[in-house]
Design a protein around this ligand. Structure first.
Ligand SMILES: Cc1ncc(COP(=O)(O)O)c(C=O)c1O
Length: 458
């Protein structure tokens, strides 16, 4: 655990985003090199899915980006013989200081992955059997798995279809006497309406754990995500904007929580030679290799973030002009979007009734990899099978678990899961021409949507 004092505070291979495996952007060697342009065939050309020439044959920028910085960092750790964090100064503690400074947090704890950062936080916040935890349904399963790992009950609050984020206006109505935690998820790099979340939490002083696993450097009214609630968690898994293959971090301004979190991630042992095994714990430590990689990746994070923002703003301006395409909106309080994903909604009525699956297939055929994103998490089988376990039946009783399904209807989220389209963050790291080709591909599909629909029905 690295603590920085207040005066120092300032301030795809295969692509997996949010744990969902997406269509590959074909590798193009190391680095975010501008893609070689394919001559345009124009929107009027026959769609590739119908045998025409694809709008694009060049690969989008590959991910991760690496050069001699990463190579040197890894070799230095290798030769040092110190491969695990141990006590005192380490590559891990240096990265923690760097990430705390970058997010304006007082404390940062690096962990083995984002899931373990969340698990550490949930444990340090003493969430357990019988507790209800309010959570977003539009998220990767890990957000919910850590709640279930503590035998607590997830309570899903519906999604704001316009922003793809939890609808914070609906949180207050979901709070009961048993609510012990609220987990907003800053999805896709964007940011939840944190003012409304914090107002809902305040009357009962309910802790807020920000799942910022997809939103590195994103900001709400100038404050970094993860530093607004009681604690915030990040993932450095391979698809993430900051990447060490696997890795995670917890940030907080609560010194007590930071201490409990350190002990939890360090097999119950706190900091200092006399700490002993004083608290609940597991081994969830980050290695020196991962920390060295992260510090090297940090040297590019700001520049890459700016490039994603610039390209995303242009893409939004262009795509918003196409009937049937609605880019995800941001709340006015979002002062920075990390664009881990570029997300929009697809309405078949703007495309001669062409179903989303056929649209995605046609888009991929044009050389633009895209996915439909998440399925409704609160309808997945893992919940029913968890609730069927002996432990859950004993804690909650059959009646409560049966009623759970009635309390956890999220119709807007169900709609969003049918309409969403995702592009991955590395696609935003190329030149503006790449954005133009994405737009060109969408326009071409729209122009020929009726023919594509008829062909897919044949
Ligand atoms: C929203 C969200 N929460 C939690 C996680 C879990 O992070 P990790 O895969 O590093 O365990 C992820 C990442 O995959 C995520 O996207």
């Amino acid at each position: 655990m690295t603590t920085i004092d207040k005066s120092r505070r300032r301030f795809l291979g295969t692509v997996a985003a949010g744990g969902v495996t997406l269509v590959s952007a074909r590798p193009q060697g190391a680095g975010a090199q501008p893609a070689a342009r394919t001559p345009r065939s124009g929107t009027a050309g026959k769609p590739a899915v119908m045998g025409g020439t694809p709008v694009r044959t060049a690969a989008f920028p590959s991910w991760p980006v690496q050069d001699s910085r990463e190579e040197q960092a890894l070799v230095t750790v290798l030769k040092s013989g110190k491969w695990g964090r141990g006590g005192g100064q380490s590559k891990v503690s240096a990265f923690e200081a760097q990430y705390a400074a970058a997010t304006g947090a007082a404390h940062c704890l690096a962990t083995a992955n984002g899931t373990s950062a969340l698990l550490t936080a949930v444990n340090a916040l003493d969430i357990g059997p019988g507790d209800e935890v309010i959570v977003a349904p539009y998220t990767f399963i890990a957000t919910v798995n850590v709640i279930l790992a503590r035998h607590a009950l997830p309570v899903f609050v519906d999604t704001d279809i316009e922003t793809f984020q939890i609808d914070a206006r609906k949180i207050a109505a979901a709070i009961t006497d048993r609510t012990r935690l609220i987990v907003p998820v800053h999805l896709g790099g964007s940011v939840v309406d944190m003012d409304t979340v914090m107002s809902a939490a305040a009357p009962r002083s309910i802790p807020v754990l920000e799942d910022a696993c997809q939103s590195h450097l994103a900001q709400w009214k100038g404050r970094h995500v993860g530093s607004i609630g009681t604690a915030g968690c990040f993932s450095f898994q391979a698809s993430k904007n900051l990447n060490s293959g696997e890795g995670g971090a917890l940030i907080t301004s609560d010194a007590g929580l930071a201490e409990r979190a350190y002990a939890f991630h360090n097999n119950s042992r706190g900091q200092g030679p006399d700490a002993g095994y004083a608290a609940p714990g597991l081994n969830l430590r980050l290695t020196e290799f991962q920390a060295a990689l992260l510090s090297a990746q940090m040297t590019r994070l700001e520049t890459q973030s700016r490039q994603r923002e610039t390209n995303a703003a242009y893409l939004t301006q262009q795509l918003a002009q196409i009937p049937g395409i609605t880019p995800a909106k941001m709340y006015p309080g979002v002062t920075r979007n990390a664009y881990h994903l570029y997300m929009f909604r697809y309405d078949p009525s703007g495309f001669a009734g062409l179903p989303r699956a056929a649209f995605l297939k046609a888009l991929r055929a044009e050389g633009v990899p895209a996915s439909g994103g998440y399925a409704p998490l609160n309808r997945e089988r893992f919940l029913a099978s968890t609730f069927a376990t002996r432990g859950y039946r004993r804690i909650y009783g059959e009646a409560t678990l049966r009623e759970w399904a009635d309390r956890n209807q999220t119709p807007q989220n169900d709609r969003l899961c049918e309409q969403a389209v995702w592009l991955t963050q590395a696609m935003l790291l190329g030149p503006r021409d790449d954005m133009d080709q994405i737009v060109e591909a969408v326009r071409r599909i729209q122009q020929h949507a009726g023919d594509i629909a008829r062909q897919s029905n044949d």
